[in-house]
Design a protein around this ligand. Structure first.
Ligand SMILES: *[C@@H]1O[C@H](CO)[C@@H](O)[C@H](O)[C@H]1NC(C)=O
Ligand SMILES: *[C@@H]1O[C@H](CO)[C@@H](O)[C@H](O)[C@H]1NC(C)=O
Length: 405
């Protein structure tokens, strides 16, 4: 590139950054309905959301670090090994990502680096304290007739105004079917340009879920990035199937997360679970601890509550400890209103449950309430107990209605 081109690029990216700063908190929930093969669905997401995908890629500070690591030998080796493994295990999800890259006209490697996240970020220097993403709080309860899951979707402030919801019916190509792909029906919130599944949503087999990022200190470069596991979970048919996907026998997860699940069966019965998942440094599978909640409410933030594992130190841990304390200062939730009140709590100077301070690095970009009585998923941009949802999506469990005959 010559000097003039460089200055043009510089001016354009500076303008993007300035505009983003002035945008504030947009009250918008883009939803896209899709049908087709993995590649086609990815392509249509990329084509329709190219502007916000490009805006996110150009403004996301962590990606600059990931790109720096990618240029080193160790970084490039970890990238190549991870990609080769994912092409073997989940080739159709790699094609879905290629579709997004082609549709949005952005380089595939940038999208793949986003999936590797802390695995690539720490490849040459596992520094502490670490500024890891995460600040999601999840709460779930059984109600007399049903169940409710509430979740604040918290992310680096660059993610504010950079997400959308995919409501997809995936019909795999014959080639992908032979590689193991199956028909999928799900709705998931997605960070711009990233795989669906690593946030909150539902699938039509009876699963409603939310995710909390967890940060083990020691990661396994080359192993399955957590976002591929959560992408695969969108296809899970039952609790047992979800457990198999989480375990990822034969390779295992490379970093950490927790998943809050409410499974509804054909009889309409509901079970609440939290799964903590961590890299197994001794074996080719994920370490898994699943807790089933009978009467007590599920509460989870961004620290391991059951797997004894060495975690990072840094804001993700301090914020989680603080949020857990604030949540437990409230009386245990019994109703949907109780959940909304807790998720709307802004007490705290450095950290809050609902993080909306202008200068916080991690911000609540949306809050979701899944009401399994009314079968609705309400999405709030502002505090859920004092604002109306910006969108109310239907929850459909179409696969449960199908009779077995
Ligand atoms: C973490 O973020 C803080 C605040 O932006 C910054 O001062 C610090 O240098 C960052 N640390 C690392 C290791 O990136
Ligand atoms: C909303 O939640 C906050 C935090 O729990 C609480 O202080 C406030 O009273 C609630 N507002 C309403 C209108 O219920």
């Amino acid at each position: 590139m010559n000097y003039l081109t460089w200055s043009v690029v510089f001016v354009i990216s500076l303008r993007t950054v300035l505009c983003e700063k002035q945008l504030g908190r947009r009250r918008v929930v883009p939803v896209i309905y899709l049908q087709g093969s993995h590649y086609d669905v990815g392509f249509d997401v990329g084509r329709n959301f190219a502007a916000i995908i490009k805006s996110f890629i150009s403004s996301y500070g962590n990606l600059r670090d990931f790109e720096k690591e990618y240029k080193t030998d160790t970084g490039r080796n970890a990238y190549d090994k991870t990609l080769a493994n994912m092409k073997k295990r989940f080739p159709y999800y790699v094609k879905e990502m290629q579709g997004v890259a082609d549709g949005a006209n952005v380089p595939f490697h940038q999208l793949f680096l986003l999936q590797m996240d802390d695995i690539i970020g720490t490849i040459n220097d596992n520094h502490l304290p670490r500024n890891d993403t995460g600040g999601c709080s999840s709460l779930a309860i059984k109600t007399p007739n049903s169940a409710v899951l509430g979740h604040t979707e918290d992310a680096f402030s660059e993610t504010l105004n950079h997400f959308y919801i995919m409501s997809a019916h995936i019909i795999p190509t014959q080639e992908d079917r032979e590689l193991g792909a199956i028909e999928e029906r799900f709705s998931s919130l997605c960070y711009a340009g990233q795989l669906p599944g690593y946030t909150m949503g539902y699938n039509e087999n009876g699963l409603v879920f939310s995710i909390n990022t967890l940060s083990p200190l020691v990661l396994k470069p080359g192993n399955t990035p957590r976002t591929f596991i959560t992408r695969a979970l969108l296809a899970s048919k039952s609790y047992a199937d979800a457990e198999r996907i989480l375990r990822d026998e034969g390779l295992g997860i490379g970093n950490g997360f927790s998943m809050n699940m409410i499974w509804t069966n054909k009889a309409g019965e509901k079970q609440i679970y939290n799964a903590e998942v961590a890299p197994d440094l001794k074996g080719d599978r994920s370490i898994l601890n699943i807790h089933k909640y009978l009467d007590e409410p599920l509460v989870h933030t961004n620290i391991y509550q059951r797997i004894p594992i060495k975690e990072v130190i840094g804001p993700i841990i301090d914020s989680s400890t603080f949020r857990l304390k604030i949540i437990h200062d409230h009386a245990p939730p019994h109703t949907q209103k109780d959940i909304k009140d807790i998720l709307s709590d802004t007490n705290g100077i450095e950290f809050q449950v609902f993080q909306e301070k202008k200068d916080s690095i991690i911000k609540t970009i949306a809050a979701g309430i899944f009401d399994l009585d009314k079968m609705t998923w309400s999405i709030f941009i502002n505090k859920p107990n004092i604002s109306e949802p910006v969108a109310i999506l239907p929850i459909r469990f179409s696969m449960l209605d199908k009779s077995d005959q």
